[in-house]
Design a protein around this ligand. Structure first.
Ligand code: PAF
Length: 292
């Protein structure tokens, strides 16, 4: 049985009356659930076992939307989401109203993502990661999980959440789950629902670019970026916001002489829809130009 609760009191009661003796995992979402979210739920269940408790939060967090991003147009389908989660054996769905999460109105004290919030995705969406971390911080406090599960598709978000937990002393394990893709390679995202057939075809350039970049890993960091960039340049329907090869822990861009495991991140717009994707790349270190 899945308990669907909307208030803090009902959430606390649902958490405390769970018959299981095991651990608790939370999956935080903004709803409009697709099969990628359901894989996060499966990972949550695996993490806590059959007697553990799996909690899914559904909340479209206004704090992480910029003034020019359409919060009202974000897809919402609570009954459809609950049906999907019931079929996946979720114990508790917490779907609060804005006033429940932010009872004092928009918060005056928020979590800052610091420098991490100002680069790459943060540079495109000022304040976004502050909004994400503020709500993640609150939802961790409200749901009190042992494990919190996040998708690797939002790589910078995942790293920011790991820093939140480290820097602000949350006693929770953060579990990253690999990106789920459609058969054609497009990373699953609630925003894919906005794409026309042509835009979807154009959007495939992102995963193709990442594949080309990964294949170029043995030729060094510059070749990774050049190969990915060449694929994107062939598709005028994609306006690239950034393409970057970064350190997987700091999200800082790596040097051309870098060797080791890096993340290749891409973000772009197809029509008015923003798409993000990333892939891990093994980069071979090449001697710096001019050195013998
Ligand atoms: O990834 C998301 O859906 C959101 O950023 C999150 C983590 C649920 C916070 O609102």
């Amino acid at each position: 049985m899945t308990a669907v609760v909307h208030t803090r009191t009902d959430l606390a009661a649902a958490l405390d009356t769970h018959p299981g003796t095991g651990r608790r995992a939370v999956v935080m979402t903004m709803g409009a659930l697709h099969s990628g979210h359901l894989l996060l739920v499966d990972a949550a269940r695996d993490a806590v076992g059959p007697h553990g408790q799996v909690v899914v939060t559904i909340f479209v967090n206004p704090l992480q939307f910029g003034p020019h991003e359409d919060l009202d147009a974000y897809p919402r389908d609570l009954p459809g989401d609950v049906e999907k989660l019931q079929g996946r054996g979720v114990d508790v769905v917490f779907a609060p109203e804005r006033e429940t999460v932010y009872p004092g109105g928009d918060p005056r004290v928020t979590v800052s993502a610091g420098h991490l919030g100002t680069i790459l995705e943060g540079a495109q969406r000022p304040g976004h990661f502050d909004g994400v971390l503020t709500v993640v911080h609150k939802l961790l406090r409200l749901t009190r999980p042992d494990v919190a599960v996040f998708g690797e598709k939002d790589a910078q978000q995942l790293l920011a959440v790991r820093r939140l937990v480290l820097d602000l002393e949350h006693d929770v394990e953060i579990l990253g789950v690999p990106t789920a893709r459609d058969d054609d390679g497009l990373a699953l995202s609630s925003r894919n629902a906005y794409l026309s057939a042509q835009q979807r075809t154009d959007g495939l350039a992102l995963s193709r670019a990442l594949a080309a970049g990964r294949a170029a890993g043995p030729r060094g960091a510059s070749a990774v970026l050049a190969s990915a960039s060449a694929v994107l340049a062939e598709v005028p329907g994609v306006r690239v916001d950034y393409l970057a090869l970064v350190d997987p822990v700091t999200v800082e861009e790596v040097d051309p002489s870098f060797g080791g495991r890096a993340l290749l991140l891409v973000a772009g717009r197809v029509g008015t829809t923003r798409l993000l994707d990333n892939v891990a790349v093994e980069v071979t270190a090449l001697p710096e130009e001019g050195s013998s």
